[in-house]
Design a protein around this ligand. Structure first.
Ligand code: PGA
Length: 250
């Protein structure tokens, strides 16, 4: 089954409001007019409201890079699901390896965020992936199955239709060393099979994105693989011209 490609940009802690607005104007100029793919951009929280409102009629869907696992409360520095929705978010990235490793988020914590996001009608982009050590110990499939099992344990149809999974090998993120597309394909097929077996998805409609050092030179090699339905791009998404070269492949 051919799934519509999804290109997601994770800007991380980059761009002021002014830089973000300039970027979107430029990106829109560079997009192919006959593009048949979805474009998701996750700017910093501070730029979300402005982008989602200024560019509400354009082809880009805006979202958040994170959200609290609590609806509201005394949680200094956190941001709630209602706040990002009011800011114009239609999706949220959860389980990113930087959240898991730098901010010590575990699967249970991520699972609570996923449930809250889905209950509030957001789409979820769930990231999974193994470390270099886990990979060399031959544990890649085991680690990913564990992440999927714990993070998605209470997600049922029809909510699962709003979940996209991004396979991001941790050793490939920001390292300039992308995975081999054939190896990634094997893992993407495994993710899809896992979801089908665990009654998350029977229609083959789930999109599984690859992320980790994607650039305009290697992007097409990933998109050629049967189970790679799009890309989650960090560094190469920061420049609108480079990101448009990637998106225009879709
Ligand atoms: P990268 O980041 O493209 O810079 O490797 C990807 C990501 O963290 O999602």
């Amino acid at each position: 089954m051919k799934r519509r490609h999804l290109f997601a940009a994770n800007w991380k802690m980059h761009k002021t409001v002014e830089q973000a607005e300039r970027y979107i104007k430029q990106l829109q100029l560079c997009l192919r007019s006959d593009l048949a793919a979805d474009i998701f951009i996750a700017p910093p929280f501070t730029a979300l409201y402005s982008l989602a409102h200024l560019f509400a009629n354009g082809p880009i869907v805006f979202g958040a890079q994170n959200v609290s696992d609590q609806f509201e409360g005394a949680l200094t520095g956190e941001i709630s699901v209602n706040m990002i929705i009011e800011g114009g978010a239609r999706f949220v990235i959860l389980g990113h390896s930087e959240r898991r490793h730098i901010f010590h988020e575990d699967n249970d914590f991520i699972q609570r965020k996923i449930m809250l996001a889905l209950q509030n009608n957001l789409e979820v982009l769930l990231c999974v992936g193994e470390t270099a050590v886990e990979r060399s110990a031959g544990k890649t499939f085991q680690v990913i199955a564990e992440q999927l099992k714990n993070c998605l344990k209470d997600v049922r149809e029809p909510d699962f239709k709003r979940v996209t999974i991004a396979y991001e090998p941790i050793w490939a993120i920001g390292s300039g060393q992308a995975a081999n597309p054939k190896d990634a394909q094997e893992i993407h097929a495994f993710i899809r099979q896992w979801c089908t077996k665990n009654e998350k998805n029977n229609q083959e409609s789930l999109r599984v994105l690859y992320g980790g050092s994607v650039n305009s030179r290697n992007a097409a090699n990933f998109l050629n693989e049967e189970d790679i339905d799009g890309l989650l791009v960090g560094t190469a998404s920061l420049d609108p011209n480079t990101f448009s070269e990637i998106v225009n492949l879709g």
